[in-house]
Design a protein around this ligand. Structure first.
Ligand code: UDP
Length: 239
């Protein structure tokens, strides 16, 4: 994708599960480590936007399965992502790099509203932009939002950081021991094989708009920085 800008610009998707460190709520050590790695990449000249999930607080589908109205549960899920965004902003700034949060649901005391051109301006000035509150729309996931924000802010690549896996496998490696890791895969195959490592709607949006995606594991120390700098770790997904 040609964007007419020279420095590498990427969108990093971090799932909420990561921030929780395996439980509900926030593990500040985990957030601090991710923030330090992001700050290192920014200092090396990469423009970094981030979409954070909220699975460490609430997932709308799970609350709705237990009796809540789905849309309201999804709004709770989106509010959870805002807490993660604020925590990440805080630790990125402590690591010495300016950061802004922009939310898809207006909350002026807490964060800027999502304004794409302003987000691009922040990126050009070397500020990290953390997008919170998903798309502001129930029934959407933060994976899909990550692809959308990457496209709208002119990112060169979508980087999806995963916990517990180091890329895309032919099947879920936690369930199927014969699963094999793939270095490259097409969106068509990801969708046809029902590979659920990233949401189908995120695969489809990326395919339709020529955005490449790299799925990598965060288990190894320093992998977030490596992915941000463009090292070919994990699995490349493209057309
Ligand atoms: N969500 C939503 N619309 C969005 C993004 C998120 O309704 O545009 C809600 C949804 O309920 C989801 C929750 O926010 O379950 C947390 O996001 P997600 O599950 O994508 O977080 P992750 O799995 O990445 O931690």
């Amino acid at each position: 994708v040609a964007h007419g800008h020279h420095p590498r610009r990427v969108l990093l998707k971090l799932s909420g599960e990561v921030f929780g460190g395996g439980s509900i709520g926030l593990d500040p050590d985990v957030v601090s480590d991710a923030a330090t790695q992001i700050a290192d990449a920014v200092r090396a000249g990469v423009q970094v936007a981030v979409v954070v999930g909220g699975g460490n607080f609430f997932r709308g589908a799970e609350l709705s399965a237990r009796g809540m109205e789905r849309a309201r549960a999804d709004y709770m899920g989106m509010l959870g992502t805002v807490m993660n965004a604020l925590a990440l902003q805080d630790f990125i700034e402590k690591a010495g790099v300016p950061a802004r949060v922009q939310t898809a649901i207006a909350m002026g005391q807490v964060a800027e509203s999502y304004i794409p051109l302003r987000a691009i301006r922040h990126l050009e000035k070397g500020r990290v932009v953390v997008f919170g509150a998903g798309a502001g729309l129930p029934y959407f996931s933060t994976d899909t939002v990550a692809a959308q924000r990457a496209l709208e802010t002119g990112c060169d690549e979508l980087l999806v950081g995963k916990n517990g896996v180091d890329g895309v496998y032919t099947a879920d490696p936690r369930k199927d021991p014969s699963a094999v890791k793939l270095d490259h895969l097409t969106y068509e195959r990801a969708l046809a094989d029902g590979l659920a490592v990233v949401d189908a709607s995120a695969f489809a949006l990326s395919r339709d708009n020529g955005l490449t995606m790299r799925v990598f594991g965060m288990g190894e120390d320093g992998n977030i920085t490596r992915a941000l700098l463009g090292e070919k770790i994990g699995t490349l997904v493209s057309r």
